[in-house]
Structure formats: structure tokens, C-alpha cells
Design a protein around this ligand. Structure first.
Ligand code: PLP
Length: 400
């Protein structure tokens, strides 16, 4: 028969999409399921952004744009990096891709060879190791536990760097833990990186605006400007403006890297959708109050979730500083049996049984490189969240 490429054959479909498929199958069989598994805001894209896209269609902005993104959008992206992150960049220092995901993938694909290494702190977003593997390189997973707030320490970073290290991937606020790196923590990592100029840093800032308790957001290129030549700072409109379906992400970094990513994109997609680019332009240049409103809604939900999850016997959940995920330890459930008799040997069993017996979909922490945990996305209204948490509590109480 026909064969797949060696690299693709080893790549696993995203664990979050797998859970979404299982939810769809349960629902198709008539079960009612509350899904706390998807990583997207539950709000609609703000009206002025949707209107900008409709206007773009009517005005005939329906053709190919420049491969790296239309000039006006790249100007707006550069202005965003200057305004919000203190990065002194111009439009030529930016690139626009079809989602933040493609910024990351193109950067890796443009730089990685067989045998190269990428340091990925765990728990990690599911796509990082798989993208590294797709590029034929090796993900070096560095475990970060609850005691360190699920964050990479400078000592662990120094130990992980070798001669073949090409990239370190940082993600703050983090998917799946919601962990936020402080300025001091980033400065300590930057101090290590300054001694290893062969290492590039990919700073995934996609959850920048979902940060709680009034904490300031910091990104490593801003904290240590001397690292600028080695950092790709990546961001996008998906989470900030509830625009996951529009598929617009962007980044800023050294020109040689952006040029290579543009070459790749020119042979691959020819650039992001012109209509979505107009919508993203309206998002970045228009009124910004949506961001604050969404953030305060998520912060209230965070408080609600942490309280209700910790009331479930056997779950332990620390307060995340950002994003819209709770990452709860389910260590105390392991070894128990469900009311229907299913054994809970690991967090995959826990997530499976929660879906089958409690009607709540969550993602096992092991998919993100740390078990036994479950990741609970709180991108639903309070009523649904309370309902789901009550079902989780009853499930935990019914174990033997
Ligand atoms: N980075 C992280 C940590 C994410 O969780 C996501 C989306 O789930 C992305 C990047 C990519 O977002 P998008 O491709 O929609 O911009």
C-alpha cells in the first residue's frame, strides 16, 4: 500500500482534538456532555471586528496579500509590540501567519535539522513536541513540578542545554497550567541564555492578555533586550479577541529568521486570508476594552473553579495566574474504582470515566507531559461551570 512520511507517521493527533472527537461521539449517542476540554474563549468576536471583515469583503479586499502579511497589519503588529511589550521594532521586523500555531511551526521548520534539539518545559502545550518531531528534531522535555509552580528554573535550563540545542520554548501564561513567569524569573532564565548564544528562544505570548490579580505581563525579549537577536516573540488574536476561527497569528524576531519563514510561507500558503487580516487590523487598532472585560470574566471564573474543584475529594488545584485553564492533581483518585466499576490507573482513566460517568470532558495532564493531573478549561458560563463542578464532585465522592 501507500506509506506516510516517516516524520508524520510518528506524529500523534492533538490530544485536545481527540477529546473533542470523543465528546462528539458521546453526544451523537444521546448523552449530554459539558465540555471543559476546548482551548477557546466562549465569547463572540467583538462586533467592530466582524464588521471590519464584512467591509473588507464589500470593498473587494479579496485578493492575495504580501506573503508576510499586508503592510497596514504589519505596521499595527509592530505598534502593538512597541506599545504593549516595549519592543522597539518596525513593520519589517514582523510576520503574519495563519494562526499563532503556524508562526511556531514555520519558525521550527525553517531552522531545524535531523538531530537538533528543542527544550520544551513540561507541562507543555500538546503541539510543541509534535511539531518538533514533525521537523525531524528531538524535543528535550524538562519536567517542572508543582513545587516550582510548573515553571522552568535557571538550573534546569542550564542542565538541558547542549551543543545541538536550537530552541527553548517558553509559554507564559501557560497552557495547560496557567503559570505566569515574573520579570525576575525571566531575567534569571535570560542570564543563562546570554551564555549560550546558539540557543534561540520562542516566546509564546498567546495568553498575554489573560493575566489575573493585576499582575503585569512580561516577555523575555523585553526583560533582556540583549537577547533580542535570539528571540522570536509570538502572539496572535485568537485568545485576546476571541478570534480562534479567523486564524491570524504574528511574531517579531531577527530578520534572517523572518525572511526564512516568509520563504517557507510563500511556498506553502502564500500568506493568511486577506479578510482575516483586515479583521485583525481592526482588532489591533480599534477599541481595546473587550480585552479587559474578557479578562475580568475569566478571573471570576478562575476563582469559582478553584474553589469548587478543591471541594471535590481527591482533587487538588492551585490558583493559576492566567489563561483559562485549571490544572488539578488527581493523584488521590488513582487506584480507586468508579461507581460503574472502572479502575482508575492513571489520569487518562480519570478523564475517560469523567466523560462516561459524569458527562464532563477534561483533558488528562499526561497529554501535556505531567500526570496524574486533569486540565479543565473554564471557557463556559458560570451556570455550566457550576453544573460541571457539581458533577465532578459527585463523581469523586462516588469512588471506592
Ligand atoms: N500557543 C498556545 C499555548 C495555545 O494554547 C494555542 C492555542 O490553543 C496556540 C499557541 C495557537 O493559537 P492560534 O493558532 O489559534 O493562534
Amino acid at each position: 500500500g501507500h506509506k506516510l512520511s516517516t516524520h508524520l507517521a510518528k506524529t500523534r493527533p492533538s490530544a485536545t482534538y481527540r477529546m473533542m472527537d470523543r465528546v462528539a461521539a458521546r453526544r451523537a449517542s444521546g448523552a449530554s456532555v459539558i465540555s471543559l476540554s476546548a482551548g477557546e474563549p466562549d465569547f463572540d468576536t467583538p462586533a467592530h471586528i466582524r464588521d471590519a471583515a464584512i467591509d473588507a469583503i464589500r470593498a473587494g479586499h479579496t485578493r492575495y496579500t504580501q506573503v508576510a502579511g499586508m503592510r497596514a497589519l504589519r505596521e499595527a503588529v509592530a505598534a502593538k509590540f512597541r506599545r504593549e511589550n516595549g519592543l522597539e521594532v518596525g513593520w519589517e521586523d514582523t510576520i503574519v501567519c495563519s494562526g499563532g500555531k503556524q508562526v511556531i511551526y514555520n519558525a521550527l521548520a525553517a531552522t531545524l535539522d535531523e538531530g537538533d534539539e528543542v527544550i520544551v518545559p513540561a507541562p507543555y502545550w500538546v503541539s510543541y513536541p509534535e511539531m518538533v518531531q514533525l521537523c525531524g528534531a528531538k524535543a528535550v522535555i524538562v519536567a517542572c513540578d508543582a513545587e516550582s509552580g510548573f515553571k522552568l528554573t535557571p538550573e534546569a535550563l542550564a542542565r538541558a542545554i547542549g551543543p545541538r540545542t536550537r530552541w527553548l520554548i517558553l509559554n507564559s501564561p501557560s497552557n495547560p497550567t496557567g503559570a505566569v513567569y515574573s520579570r525576575a524569573e525571566l531575567a534569571a532564565l535570560a542570564a543563562v541564555l546570554l551564555d549560550h548564544p546558539h540557543v534561540l528562544v520562542l516566546s509564546d505570548d498567546i495568553y498575554e492578555h489573560l493575566i489575573f490579580d493585576g499582575a503585569p505581563f512580561h516577555t523575555i525579549a523585553e526583560v533582556e533586550p540583549r537577547l533580542m537577536p535570539h528571540v522570536l516573540t509570538m502572539n496572535g488574536v485568537s485568545k485576546a479577541y476571541a478570534m480562534t476561527g479567523w486564524r491570524i497569528g504574528y511574531g517579531t524576531g531577527p530578520r534572517w529568521l523572518l525572511n526564512a519563514m516568509e520563504t517557507l510561507q510563500g511556498q506553502q500558503t502564500s500568506g493568511a486570508s486577506s479578510i482575516s487580516q483586515h479583521a485583525a487590523l481592526a482588532a489591533l487598532t480599534g477599541p481595546q476594552q473587550f480585552i479587559k472585560e474578557a479578562c475580568s470574566v475569566f478571573e471570576q471564573r478562575r476563582d469559582l473553579m478553584v474553589e469548587l474543584l478543591n471541594q471535590a475529594p481527591g482533587l487538588v488545584c492551585a490558583k493559576p495566574g492566567g489563561a483559562f485553564y485549571a490544572f488539578a492533581s488527581c493523584q488521590a483518585l488513582i487506584g480507586k474504582r468508579t461507581a460503574a466499576g472502572a479502575p482508575l490507573n492513571d489520569d487518562e482513566d480519570v478523564a475517560g470515566a469523567l466523560l462516561d460517568e459524569a458527562g464532563v470532558a477534561v483533558v488528562p495532564g499526561s497529554a501535556f507531559g505531567l500526570g496524574p493531573y486533569i486540565r479543565i478549561a473554564y471557557a463556559l458560563d458560570d451556570e455550566a461551570l457550576i453544573h460541571a463542578c457539581r458533577a465532578i464532585q459527585r463523581f469523586c465522592q462516588s469512588l471506592t
